[in-house]
Design a protein around this ligand. Structure first.
Ligand SMILES: [Zn+2]
Length: 90
């Protein structure tokens, strides 16, 4: 069920899939945000002095990234922490 460049995942749930990857020697980790989750465009870090829309945090207090293509803003919110905790469990 494994070739040189592929692993077959049989679990239906995310935790099961992460366990299978860990058992295959593949450890996932979070990197700095670099691609837009909306359009896959490249992200640029927003300068701390830049104003952001009301729904986004102040870039002077929190790291914020902006998509070059669709201008959506991203930051490491509670979802980021939840993903990091989940990855750390495997
Ligand atoms: Zn985008």
């Amino acid at each position: 069920m494994r070739t040189a460049d592929a692993v077959v995942l049989t679990s239906k749930d995310i935790d099961g899939k992460l366990s299978e990857l860990a058992a295959a020697g593949i450890k996932l980790s979070l990197a700095e945000p670099c691609r837009c989750g909306n359009c896959n465009g490249l992200l640029d870090r927003v300068s701390p002095a830049t104003e952001t829309p009301g729904h986004a945090p102040d870039p002077g207090e929190t790291n914020v990234w902006r998509c070059r293509s669709c201008e959506q803003r991203f930051w490491k919110g509670s979802h980021w922490s939840n993903v990091a905790e989940r990855l750390a469990e495997h």
